[in-house]
Write a new protein. Structure first.
Ligand code: ZN
Lengths: 345, 800
């Protein structure tokens, strides 16, 4: 017993001498004096098993050593603290430029990041989220959006067919119809999701992502469309982004507007003729929008005299590519780890 | 559509032409919804002049060279020329010494085989006009010598490419865009005049026109021209067409194309002799047959295809393409000119069926002005007269059985304010409407009745007129406002789960991927996902690639493709997941979509710190990630079983997991057979039904008080059969529900010596605690001994 105690004590003193930091010191305290696993504490417990005659002496000795060790620990702690304070005078230091021990974290896909940003801006304005199927019927994808069969507007979207009357949705706009079929105004909805086009090159992917949005109520105006989308673009692209609304055509809106932002890549460049992204125009198409066409309201049974609304749609990849300065859409679906890990955790 | 700036400006007079260049024009059109995609100068002016070759003599030292004399601004010059077509009296292109060719080559004064040459006679190719290098340029005899060639050819001009949306068929012409410019600038339209003698012709020619279906062909106009033999077009016509992307053929065809570009009305020239019956019949194909179109293909006809027939014989596919039998050829001497109006849907269906998309079908599909057939026809005839010796047969045919009544639309001033949010003054509204050629029939204090011109067939409703007002008034002039938003919207629960899942899995080191949902039939067979009986893949009728013509049943094929990609690039470790849709044609034939979450780990577990050792992934790493995910998604207690094997997983390393009482997916090591077939390194994977997890989640729980008295722990090691699941003991103890036993954890598993073959050792830690007092060793020992005895008896276990 006494032998074991002496050995423990020696061991502890030796460790104390080598100890260079407070956490290490704390570990020594736990290893010897800890209430549960402390080696000295274990010896104390073992007292009971000694013959009665030996107990008092052993107990005394144990208490002495214990007090001694506590004293040494406290002294060492004091010494350590003092030396920490004097380190400024040039003692040995950690190389603090060595990397910290970081846990290996995965990355959220850039499309998820950007979709989330878009969603947050709109939910912040009181929009709620709706979803629809990717395999969509012809009625919701085209017909009810005022794109009849055999209409040239169908050429605007190269379509994947699943059957005669089902397609892989070419846009998220059918969610508008699905929501309006189920509910009455007021509605302020966004619908994120994958869309499909029969197309594949550096600027087109057969699958990409859109966020559709619409708002229907009494007295919603084109001015409101401008206000909401301008606010959104200012939030997403920050800084003072320039926004312009330009007449265009979508079968399910009238009037329709293409929304452009001032090119964020060559905005400071006086002679912008060479910008690849905006082709020197200084403007980037970013959103399609418009006032919901009365024919669409007819399809869902809304009174066109009572309600009006606007709708818009944007490509998530397009916004992400502009935000992150990318020029090949296929990188999103290649998922190269050297691409994904460029995005901070 | 492509057109040139000068052409457009010939048709409209703008208020301040000096300030209205191509860029200004492009800006105005773009802001009015007619997006100008490109503005390009037709050609850089190298400074070439038109000259007449005054004399040609053989070169004294070279057989194939000539020495020519030309007169440039009165000065005679001697030029050495190698072109085979050089001859006395011809008009051609000349570049002075010092000029630079588009190729960058400078013209120098230097002797060629001993004879000095004072400039250069040029081919079209050398001047960058075309690829023609057969000889020096041949210019018409009336080309004015000594003047700028560039100007003579009409090349001091810009090509404009305008993207015309499908609703604006009226703008698929120079005239249509000129109308827009006039409306936008307050300018005046200048429609090229048709000579009076043509306008005064009587309405009859020796060819009759019968329309059997007035809905499909509301109007058919025609003229007959004799003495019209194909000839090369003059340079201005040729270069203008080519600037617009149309190849010059001969002046008969070129004029029909020119007038189509100018007016938007497609024209077709038949060889008049080929219309033997002198009867044009417009009818659907019905029982007929086939037609050889002028591109040389034999086209099988659909009964609904609309035909132009010579009596009973099909002569052209209406509005799409002419027939080979009635085509204008070198032998043509007279022409029957067609200027007709066809139903857009019929033309579109035929063009789609035949896989043809022509300038004519493009325009008919989008709508052509039904009132414009005669003007276009007369304009073409006038151009032929101007270009040569055409003898127009006086008179014309004009069947117009489908005449449309002009629409009348009521526009309420209040509707303008209601849609745009801004009040436009009444006189502004009237001004815009009139500038667009829309007639105001009546007006009152609160509304007006308007009638659009025949070429604005897209305007049929009040909303269409409001759009025109917004467009011409300018979107920039409509102030932005923010609408009032209603309260009472709930947060989106699914979105919260999705974000939670991403954050849990990325915290475990997995990168999120987004893969394409297309899949091969073979991969769908190997990885049928979690569908069970309902796992019938959705097939794509027109896939991008035949080998991936199905929608995925499982997320694993996409993850595996990513693993492939990275192992080919010698990446040692992959940790990825995807949260996305999978698709099935359910047993009832409906399309079903579900959200799954799947992941894959391969290689080594990443370690923290500089000298940390890495260790290969094991099954428990994958299981741990899934346990963590499931707990994070509100499933603290999941059941793991090894009794539902799936063929893609290693028979010795898989588990099915249930959460909230329903099976939600599986975790395991890839089966060696599948792995070898796919030529992949080994990896661990999981796939879970995200919808089910979220549906049965129990995210709410109550906090337990922190125990007041300490626990006492006792270890327990038993030897059991190797296939004994460790969880059995934990469940058994929970069932037992003995006082003082708080819980049991497994902390070690061991096989090998000294444990006998077929057995393993499991080590458990049992926690004893009372809520009322600190337990004594004696108390604990009693309970622990009892527990040990019962446990060994219950599971045929021995103590170790
Ligand atoms: Zn730019």
């Amino acid at each position: 017993m006494i032998e074991a105690l002496e050995k423990l004590h020696e061991e502890a003193v030796e460790r104390l001498e080598r100890c260079a930091s407070e956490p290490e010191l704390e570990q020594i305290r736990i290893d010897y004096l800890g209430r549960k696993g402390g080696k000295l504490t274990a010896l104390m417990r073992g007292l009971r098993e000694l013959p009665a005659g030996e107990r008092p002496r052993a107990g005394q000795e144990l208490n002495r050593r214990r007090a001694e060790l506590e004293g040494l620990l406290d002294a060492r702690l004091k010494g350590l603290r003092e030396s920490t304070e004097t380190l400024a005078d040039g003692g040995p230091r950690l190389d603090v430029t060595l990397p910290g021990n970081r846990p290996e974290r995965g990355r959220v896909h850039p499309l998820s990041r950007v979709t989330d940003e878009i969603i947050d801006v709109f939910t912040g304005m009181g929009f709620e989220i709706a979803r629809g199927p990717d395999v969509e019927d012809d009625y919701h994808n085209f017909e009810a959006l005022n794109i009849p069969r055999d209409h040239p507007a169908r050429d605007m979207q190269d379509t994947f067919f699943v059957s005669d009357d089902h397609v892989l949705r070419t846009h998220t706009s059918p969610v508008q119809i699905r929501v309006m079929e189920q509910r009455r105004p007021p509605l302020q909805i966004i619908a994120p999701g994958a869309v499909y086009r029969h197309d594949d090159d550096a600027t087109h992917s057969p699958v990409f992502h859109q966020v559709e949005g619409f708002m229907v109520d009494h007295d919603i105006t084109f001015g409101d469309l401008k206000g909401v989308l301008t606010h959104f673009l200012e939030q997403i692209f920050q800084d003072e982004v320039r926004v312009r609304f330009r007449p265009s055509f979508f079968p399910f809106t009238e009037p329709s507007a293409e929304v452009d932002i001032g090119c964020i890549l060559c905005r400071d460049d006086k002679d912008s003729g060479g910008c690849r992204v905006c082709r020197g125009s200084g403007w980037l198409e970013i959103l399609g929008s418009g006032m919901i066409d009365p024919n669409v309201f007819d399809f869902v049974g809304y009174d066109t005299e009572a309600f009006s609304g606007f709708a818009f749609g944007m490509g998530v990849e397009r916004i992400a590519m502009l935000k992150y300065g990318m020029d090949d859409i296929r990188m999103f679906f290649q998922n190269d780890v050297r691409f994904l890990r460029q995005f901070p955790p | 559509m492509k057109l040139t700036f000068n052409w457009l400006m010939e048709l409209v007079e703008v208020p301040d032409p000096a300030a209205f260049g191509p860029d200004e024009l492009a800006e105005r059109l773009t802001h009015a919804g007619l997006e100008v995609e490109a503005v390009k100068p037709l050609s850089d002016d190298a400074g070439a002049l038109i000259v007449e070759v005054a004399d040609v003599r053989p070169h004294p030292n070279a057989d194939r060279l000539s020495v020519c004399e030309i007169h440039d601004a009165g000065e005679p010059r001697r030029i050495v020329c190698g072109a085979p077509n050089v001859r006395t009296g011809m008009k051609t292109a000349f570049l002075r010494v010092g000029a630079v060719l588009p190729s960058g080559q400078a013209i120098e004064r230097r002797p060629i085989r001993g004879v000095p040459s004072d400039g250069m006679l040029c081919s079209e190719k050398e001047l960058g006009f075309s690829d023609d290098h057969r000889g020096i340029m041949e210019l018409p005899g009336d080309a004015p010598a000594g003047t700028s060639l560039q100007e003579y050819l009409g090349l001091n001009d810009w090509m404009l490419e305008v993207s015309i949306t499908p609703n604006r068929g009226d703008c698929l012409s120079v005239l249509g865009l000129a109308r827009e410019i006039a409306a936008l600038t307050g300018g005046r339209l200048r429609v090229p005049a048709v000579p009076d003698h043509l306008r005064n012709h009587p309405p009859a020619i020796p060819v009759s026109v019968e329309i059997l279906d007035p809905v499909l062909c509301p109007r058919y106009s025609a003229r007959l021209i004799h003495g019209l033999r194909p000839a090369p077009s003059p340079p201005w016509l040729r270069f203008r067409l080519e600037a617009c992307g149309i190849r010059s053929i001969n002046h008969i065809v070129d004029v029909t194309n020119y007038v189509m570009l100018e007016t938007g009305q497609p024209l077709h020239a038949f060889d008049a002799q080929s219309i033997a019956s002198q009867r044009i019949v417009v009818r659907t194909a019905g029982e007929a047959n086939t037609l050889t179109t002028l591109d040389g293909s034999d086209r099988a006809l659909h009964p609904d295809d609309l035909l132009i027939c010579d009596g009973d014989t099909p002569a052209a596919l209406a509005g799409v393409m002419g027939g080979a039998g009635s085509e204008v050829t070198e032998e043509t001497e007279s022409v029957l000119l067609e200027s007709a109006h066809f139903d857009p849907l019929t033309i579109r269906r035929t063009a789609k069926r035949m896989g043809m998309h022509t300038e004519a079908s493009h325009r008919f599909e989008r709508g052509v002005d039904p009132d414009g057939t005669r003007y276009a026809m007369d304009r073409a005839v006038a151009l032929w007269e101007q270009l040569g010796e055409a003898q127009v047969v006086p008179g014309f045919a004009d069947a117009y059985p489908g005449e449309r009544k002009p629409a009348e639309i009521t526009l309420r001033y209040a509707s303008v304010k209601r849609a745009l949010g801004v009040e436009l003054p009444h006189d502004r509204i009237h001004g815009i409407i009139e500038s667009l050629g829309i007639e105001i029939k009546r007006s009152s204090d609160h509304d007006l009745v308007v009638s659009p011109p025949s070429y604005r067939f897209d305007l049929t409703r009040e909303a269409d007129i409001v759009e025109e007002l917004a467009r011409v008034h300018g979107y920039d002039n409509i102030p932005a406002t923010l609408p009032a938003v209603r309260m009472g919207i709930q947060g989106d629960a699914l979105l919260r789960w999705v974000r939670k899942t991403r954050s849990l899995l990325t915290a475990e080191g997995l990168n999120e991927v987004v893969t394409l949902p297309f899949c091969s039939a073979a991969m769908n067979r190997t990885f049928p996902g979690l569908w069970g009986e309902d796992g019938k893949p959705v097939r794509i009728a027109n896939p991008l690639r035949q080998e991936t013509d199905e929608m995925r049943l499982s997320l694993l094929p996409g993850l595996i493709e990513n693993l492939h990609y990275h192992s080919e690039r010698r990446s040692e470790t992959s940790m990825i997941f995807e949260l996305n849709k999978v698709f099935s044609l359910g047993s009832e034939g409906g399309y079903t979509e579900r959200m799954n979450v799947a992941g894959l780990i391969r290689g080594h577990r990443p370690q923290r710190g500089l000298r940390a050792e890495s260790r290969a992934f094991v099954f428990a790493d994958m299981k741990g990630i899934v346990e963590d995910l499931l707990e994070g998604l509100g499933h603290a207690n999941c059941r793991w079983r090894a009794d539902a094997p799936t063929p893609i997983l290693h028979p010795g390393g898989f588990a099915a997991v249930s959460a909230g009482g329903v099976p939600v997916g599986y975790v395991g090591e890839i089966s060696p057979r599948v792995r070898e077939d796919l030529d992949l390194p080994t990896f661990f994977l999981f796939e879970l039904d995200f919808g089910a997890i979220v549906n049965y989640a129990r995210p709410d729980f109550k906090v337990r008080p922190i125990p007041r008295f300490p626990s006492v722990e006792r270890d327990l090691a038993i030897v059991v059969a190797e296939d004994f699941p460790s969880q059995t003991v934990i469940d058994w103890v929970r069932e037992l529900d003995r006082a003082l036993i708080e819980r049991v954890d497994v902390f070690d598993e061991y096989t090998g010596a000294p444990i006998s073959e077929g057995r393993k050792s499991l080590a458990y830690k049992v926690f004893y605690r009372s809520t009322e007092r600190t337990l004594t060793d004696h108390e604990v020992n009693t309970v622990h001994e009892d527990l040990t005895r019962r446990l060994c008896a219950a599971f045929d276990a021995t103590l170790r």
